[in-house]
Design a protein around this ligand. Structure first.
Ligand SMILES: C[S@@+](CC[C@H](N)C(=O)[O-])C[C@H]1O[C@@H](n2cnc3c(N)ncnc32)[C@H](O)[C@@H]1O
Length: 168
């Protein structure tokens, strides 16, 4: 499979070039790429905004980043190694929900996520409602079916200013 680094799936640039068109970037807004990887999203962000990034491999841990941002983007890591090698694969814990919670806590306007099917399935009504109470609505979704990459993905926007497009 292409675009993979130690279990992380980097997004192909031809895909990010299409996805980025879904975001309305207003002059001067701030945008954070929460996990830059090879820069597939970050490198093509427009020039009219103020952009920033995190990437743990480059010394910037997203969970330590607390500067507020208008827009944030993530093709997030789904799991984190606990360091317990005796547990093998089971030693990895899910970090998607803590990741999203942190992203919501530092973003003012829109949080964009590229999620696989398993991650989208974990968006339970209870979780969606918890985030709705905090002001976050799923306002946009694009479904991607990319056979040459990893199959189906969901490009989702949670907004603080737009209404929900789904009921739960
Ligand atoms: C699925 S890859 C996505 C990379 C890139 N955004 C893309 O779409 O190609 C997830 C990235 O998250 C990074 N990462 C994992 N934990 C992190 C953390 N706590 N803070 C920042 N980056 C992290 C990994 O090193 C990896 O590059």
């Amino acid at each position: 499979m292409p675009n993979v680094k130690e279990g992380f799936h980097y997004t192909p640039i031809e895909i990010t070039k299409e996805l980025i068109k879904d975001i309305d970037f207003i002059d001067g807004e701030t945008c954070l790429e929460t996990c830059r990887g090879d820069g597939a999203f970050y490198d093509i962000l427009p020039d009219n905004i103020v952009k920033d990034w995190c990437e743990i491999d480059m010394g910037r841990d997203f969970f330590e980043h607390t500067t507020p941002t208008d827009i944030s983007i993530a093709n997030p890591p789904y799991r984190k190694d606990t360091g317990d090698i005796t547990q093998g694969y089971k030693g990895r814990i899910n970090i998607l929900i803590p990741w999203m919670n942190h992203q919501f806590s530092i973003t003012n306007k829109e949080c964009w996520y590229l999620l696989n099917g398993k991650c989208w399935s974990s968006m339970t009504p209870i979780r969606l409602n918890k985030w709705k109470v905090l002001g976050w609505n799923v306002c946009f979704m694009r479904i991607l079916n990319i056979k040459k990459w990893y199959g189906r993905y969901y490009w989702i926007c949670f907004s603080k200013t737009k209404p929900s497009i789904i009921s739960f």
